[in-house]
Design a protein. Structure first.
Length: 371
């Protein structure tokens, strides 16, 4: 058989799949709207940054020094005054009723003790949101310590001077960390959903058997079913990179070509999982439910929301089998560190092994299913 004929069949199959995707309003919304919505949500709404935390101040000293300390806290932009008193029970009541997240208690004699470098200030935090409490506690401690060093007595110079500097993300902006990682989530979601739905829809309509008796070979059928969604995934890489750099001002220090190669390897795993779902699903609803059952654990065990190092040891080992984890490590390293293949080859190798294994196994299962 001449190669041009085979390529013509594959081209028509890819064209058919792309037309089916964009003619279906549900799939079209998923392809076009989902990436934009998730970028906006994770760029703006999902943030671990702490800004303007509601704060209640109990000032029992009523001196220029105590008022200056409160002004210094609020001038930082991390804390927002919502009330004040000279009675500690008012602070306790505000924390109990959830009106504030942070409480500052400046006791009597603060100015006198500050001059002798032995002043004390109590900071209280609402631990319901542990992340906000932890971050706010760090900010408040640094502000109070810096104020004490600047305004304290003769013993204010510490024996050790600590200088902190964050590499790769100096401002510690959560959007710089979250937005590039959305790439992995969107590619996983679209690849799983679109691939599984496309095959199951053919089975529901009875056209899968017609395709099998057509001149298309099984391998060509699988390629025709997966290539369109791989192209959509690669288009999402370009979209997310452009939006991240131009809109969210996320630094891009590495090679875009290397990022595309990582995306292709990751798509092997995602498309393989989509094919596997299609072999165990008889209806589109079943395919959707099965996809969501897989998507949530894959995202949670990827380091997208929570650091892998904070997970139990058994789960840390389990994440090594998760292609999303390896892809996110590559994406973040390319965006923020400018890392190359020399530093990221273990992740690339893991994606290659898992991708070829999953796609090969899914292809075998798909052949058995359609027979």
């Amino acid at each position: 058989m001449r190669l041009p004929e085979r390529f013509d069949r594959l081209g028509e199959m890819v064209r058919k799949e792309l037309l089916q995707v964009f003619r279906d309003p549900r799939l079209a919304r998923m392809v076009i709207a989902a990436p934009i919505i998730q970028l906006l949500v994770f760029g703006y709404a999902v943030s671990t940054d702490v800004r303007r935390v509601s704060t209640f101040v109990v000032d029992q000293d009523h001196t220029a020094a105590s008022r200056d300390l409160a002004r210094t806290l609020f001038a930082s932009g991390y804390f927002r005054p919502v009330g004040g008193s000279d009675r500690p029970r008012d602070l306790v009541e505000a924390l109990d009723h959830g009106r504030v997240l942070v409480g500052v208690h400046i006791p009597r004699g603060f100015a006198r003790d500050l001059a002798q470098s032995r002043a004390r200030v109590q900071l209280l935090f609402d631990g319901t949101n542990s992340n906000t409490a932890t971050v706010a506690s760090g900010y408040a401690n640094r502000i109070v310590q810096a104020y004490a060093l600047a305004h304290g007595g003769p013993a204010r110079v510490p024996p050790i001077e600590l200088r902190e500097r964050a590499w790769f993300n100096p401002a510690l902006k959560s959007s710089d960390y979250n937005v590039p990682a959305v790439m992995g989530q969107i590619m996983l979601l679209l690849s799983l959903m679109l691939t599984s739905l496309a095959v199951v829809r053919e089975r529901e309509l009875g056209t899968l058997e017609q395709l099998m008796v057509s001149p298309l070979r099984p391998a060509e059928l699988i390629i025709g079913k997966t290539v369109p969604f791989a192209l959509i995934g690669l288009a999402d890489i370009i979209l997310i990179t452009v939006v991240a750099v131009l809109w969210f001002r996320v630094p891009f220090e590495g090679s875009f070509l290397l990022l595309v190669v990582a995306g292709v390897l990751f798509l092997l795993s995602a498309l393989g999982l989509g094919l596997l779902i299609s072999t165990v699903s008889n209806t589109q609803q079943e395919a959707v439910m099965t996809s969501f059952l897989l998507i949530m654990p894959l995202i949670l065990l990827s380091g997208f929301m929570f650091p892998v190092s904070s997970m139990p040891v058994a789960f840390q080992w389990l994440t090594l089998l998760n292609p999303v984890r390896h892809f996110l490590e590559i994406v973040r390293a390319i965006f923020l560190k400018g890392a190359g293949l020399g530093a990221l080859w273990p992740q690339f190798l893991a994606l290659l092994v898992m991708g070829t294994g999953l796609l090969g196994f899914a292809t075998t299962r798909f052949h058995k299913t359609v027979r």
